[in-house]
Design a binder for this molecule. Structure first.
Ligand code: NAG
Ligand code: NAG
Ligand code: NAG
Ligand code: NAG
Ligand code: NAG
Length: 342
């Protein structure tokens, strides 16, 4: 009897179920779940909502949608909190700011400020961020440790603090990179019981030779003065543009572009001159006649009798632009023109 009822129910529901399934089951995520109502089939435009477990932080979209048999955007992630124990703090001679030493749970992307036991020096920065369950604690250096001799050097950088014969444990020196060099890491190194903590390095800038810019017909956007070569600091960008009358050879609707210095040699695109070929025109002629025209060159159109230049901009003048002749050359019969206004 029951089986029979089920069969009828299935039959009645069948037309609804038969509609095309559009998306697979949405992906499960770690430390989170789907909170929108579960469905047997996911159809085009269906939406699904995610939520993370308590103290986990959602990274990415809360909702995803079924579009063209794919879920878009990709499902989110749940970022883990950092759990800090009293023992961890004690082992590293650390306190939380305000002289507290107690267990804490801190959400991803949130920060905590630390301080060290009396007699210890904190290796900066004192504020540290929790990143998906991981936090890099500051180091506390004992002032009773061994002295250090001269600090290590860093290539293309200088020490800005006074030089000494001997450095006490816990003391530090500050580095600065030479012009155009970017600093990698903290700008301070600490004497820690006879050895120096990690010294920053100075990252090479990107050099763009002036001669290359000139040969490619490129200029620096908003440049004041023109130094021999152009240096872009690691991690920085520079905006360049093709000279007036030129556009990018790879995309003629564009003349400006950005070079980002990321440690690899920059690739400088090529610019090409804006040119227009001698136009073809029905029922008219033009002047001056040349085989090639350049940016902003003008030609004057003379339509045959009975024909009118369209659009009649008074001047009957057409300009060579990066998009070709503008406006397009057209002599239309006077009758066609009359129709619109009659
Ligand atoms: C300094 O290092 C020595 C080993 O080189 C160690 O025995 C000593 O306990 C350290 N002192 C401090 C204050 O950390
Ligand atoms: C360590 O350096 C300080 C200051 O530079 C100096 O006064 C002290 O005598 C040194 N200690 C030792 C053990 O060399
Ligand atoms: C070193 O870094 C600190 C903090 O990041 C900054 O305030 C300071 O100006 C830097 N010093 C130099 C010489 O760049
Ligand atoms: C060319 O540049 C235009 C304007 O910046 C941009 O919309 C277009 O996508 C580019 N085309 C190509 C093929 O890169
Ligand atoms: C105008 O141009 C069209 C298209 O080229 C051509 O078919 C037509 O014969 C021309 N008319 C006159 C009067 O020259």
């Amino acid at each position: 009897m029951k089986a029979w009822l089920l069969l009828v129910a299935a039959f009645l529901l069948w037309p609804g179920c038969s509609s095309q399934k559009a998306c697979e089951e949405p992906d499960e995520i770690d430390f989170g779940e789907i909170v929108s109502a579960e469905k047997a089939k996911y159809l085009e435009n269906d939406r699904v909502q995610y939520r993370c477990n308590p103290s986990y932080v959602l990274e990415g979209p809360e909702w995803i949608q079924c579009k063209g048999q794919e879920w878009t955007p990709h499902p989110p992630k749940c970022l883990a909190p950092c759990s800090i124990t009293r023992q961890q703090l004690a082992a590293k001679n650390l306190f939380l700011f305000g002289n507290q030493r107690k267990a804490r749970l801190i959400q991803s992307d949130h920060s905590l400020q630390f301080q060290c036991n009396e007699g210890y020096v904190l290796v900066v920065p004192s504020v540290r961020k929790c990143v998906d369950g991981y936090m890099d604690f500051p180091l506390c250096i004992s002032e009773r440790g061994k002295n250090c001799s001269g600090p290590p050097r860093t290539e293309n950088g200088d020490i800005t603090t006074l030089s000494e014969k001997q450095y006490r444990s816990g003391s530090s020196v500050e580095f600065r990179c030479q012009t155009y060099y970017a600093i990698g890491g903290q700008n301070r190194s600490f004497c820690n019981n006879g050895t120096w903590t990690k010294v920053p390095n100075c990252l090479d800038p990107c050099m763009i030779p002036r001669t290359e810019l000139e040969s490619q017909k490129i200029e620096v956007k908003d440049e004041i003065g023109a130094p021999e070569n152009i240096f872009v600091q690691h991690g920085h960008s520079i905006e360049l543009t093709c000279r007036t009358g030129y556009v990018l050879a790879a995309n003629s609707s564009q003349s400006a572009f950005v070079i980002h210095c990321d440690g690899t040699p920059p690739v400088i695109p090529k610019c090409k001159e804006i040119t227009c070929n001698s136009p073809r025109i029905s029922n008219g002629t033009f002047r001056p006649q040349r085989t090639i025209y350049h940016d902003e060159d003008l030609i004057q159109i003379q339509c045959d009798s009975g024909f009118t230049f369209d659009p009649d901009n008074g001047e009957k003048v057409v300009e060579c632009t990066k998009n070709g002749w503008s406006p397009p050359l057209k002599c239309i019969s006077g009758r066609d023109l009359g129709q619109g206004t009659a």
